[in-house]
Design a protein around this ligand. Structure first.
Ligand SMILES: NC(=O)c1ccc[n+]([C@@H]2O[C@H](COP(=O)([O-])OP(=O)(O)OC[C@H]3O[C@@H](n4cnc5c(N)ncnc54)[C@H](O)[C@@H]3O)[C@@H](O)[C@H]2O)c1
Length: 409
């Protein structure tokens, strides 16, 4: 049945969510506090490189509304909350965006509505922040307001993970809440017994990745010490068709999920007096990789009779992973900051960055296939193997005085 749906937060998760619900025939309003994103969307321009402008234009033609006006999310049938859940410098969860989204909804939610939190967060959040708040406002959850948690699993840039195709976990505060959520998302969802189980399942998925990437990082150090190619070891192990999953070493995991979500768990467990040493060590290994790769880079320069300092360096690719324009917590950006602190002149190129990001991220250039300009640099650090760079890699190497490949070390 066609519903009036409001998606709160129009980022990497929220915008694809708008697309899915519009495709399912619902009347969707996308709300974001960032007026610049809303204006771009209303001009038919996507601020996310994994969503095409044509898709946004199609949404507008279909009647989707993009707005920063709180009044336009009044009395919807369904609210989907897709706001950020970052950590602060001390790796403490920052729930202020969820809090702000809920405060904004107060007084706007009609009886009978369904609210689904999709943001990743620690077990207990949905009950603490949504159920308790709306109960205190006089709603009876499960009778006249339905609250569910359904973690988003999208992997931007990964075409296998496009919204509706990914299996979805759903939990409701009550049986009725779950039934409402299942009716909305479709019967193919996997229901779990309570909100906390769904919240923990999502964090466990991402913690699993952190721990395994840390193991691959450690393999890199072991292989280097034994003068073995870590990449070849990983590819060889990955030929085993069962019981092994391929993860690769990393300069430092970036993005909004893997370097963030596990700390929601360690923070909660720390508060409850439970130790989580494996997760903490994995986080420390991840944090150690930048120094490790810097040291390897210095060794590479020494082999070429050069010192890292006083160099003119080009960095190619600055996003946290290939083919997406997201620079959040990108290890490459931290690497560039470290190089600059050493007095090195660093010029960054990234042709995947979107116009929106180029305005936000300072002084990033596009190569625009003009590989010749790389000759001006003493060293080219190939940091992110975007497909468009991989396709021209031999040209990039040819035009580099010295070429250091971070995508294969
Ligand atoms: N990016 C991913 O790959 C991914 C995948 C799965 C889950 N998640 C989770 O989904 C959530 C959202 O992540 P994202 O990557 O889409 O973040 P994002 O930063 O790309 O988008 C969040 C959007 O919310 C907006 N916003 C902030 N406060 C708001 C408010 N009070 N009301 C309305 N809009 C508000 C921001 O302006 C931004 O546009 C996070 O919890 C994240 O951990 C992310």
């Amino acid at each position: 049945m066609k519903k009036e749906v409001a998606v709160i937060g129009l980022g990497y998760v929220g915008l694809p969510s708008v697309i899915n619900h519009a495709e399912n025939g619902h009347q969707v309003t996308g709300f974001d506090i960032d007026q610049r994103k809303v204006d771009l969307l209303n001009q038919g321009t996507s601020h996310i490189n994994t969503v095409a402008d044509e898709t946004v234009q199609g949404l507008l033609e279909q009647g989707v509304i993009f707005t920063a006006d709180e009044q336009l999310v009044l009395h919807k049938d369904v609210y989907i909350i897709d706001v950020p859940t970052p950590i602060d410098d001390k790796k403490t969860p920052n729930l202020s965006y969820i809090q702000a989204a809920i405060s904004m909804l107060e007084g706007k939610v009609k009886k009978g509505a369904l609210i689904v939190l999709e943001s990743t967060t620690y077990p207990g959040t949905t009950e603490e922040y949504l159920v308790n708040r709306f109960t205190s406002l006089g709603y009876e959850i499960g009778t006249d307001l339905f609250i569910a948690y359904s973690p988003e699993r999208i992997d931007p840039g990964n075409t296998q993970s496009l919204g509706a195709k990914i299996p979805r976990i759903v939990a409701g505060y009550t049986e009725h809440c779950l039934a409402q959520a299942k009716a909305f998302f479709g019967e193919h969802v996997t229901p779990v017994s309570d909100l906390k189980t769904a919240e923990l399942a999502k964090i466990y998925e991402n913690t699993f990745r952190l721990v395994n990437i840390a193991l691959a990082d450690e393999l890199q150090k072991i292989s280097d010490n034994l003068a073995i190619d870590a990449g070849e070891v990983i590819e060889a192990a990955a030929t085993k068709p069962f019981g092994f999953m391929k993860f690769t070493p990393n300069l430092g995991i970036g993005g909004h999920c893997i370097p963030v979500d596990p700390y929601y768990l360690t923070w909660l467990m720390n508060k409850r007096g439970v130790e989580t040493p494996l997760i903490e060590v994995a986080g420390k290994i991840n944090d150690s990789m930048l120094d490790y790769y810097l040291q390897k880079l210095e060794e590479y320069m020494a082999v070429n009779d050069k010192k890292l300092t006083d160099l003119n360096v080009a960095v190619l690719g600055i996003t946290y992973k290939k083919n997406i324009a997201d620079t959040r917590m990108s290890g490459v950006i931290t690497l560039m900051e470290r190089l600059k602190k050493l007095g090195i002149n660093v010029v960054a190129f990234d042709d995947v960055l979107h116009a929106y990001d180029l305005e936000t991220v300072e002084k990033i250039h596009c190569l625009k296939e003009n590989y010749d300009q790389l000759k001006d640099f003493d060293l080219v650090i190939y940091a992110v193997g975007h497909d468009l760079y991989e396709a021209k890699k031999s040209l990039i190497v040819e035009n580099s005085q010295l070429f250091y490949d971070l995508t294969t070390v």
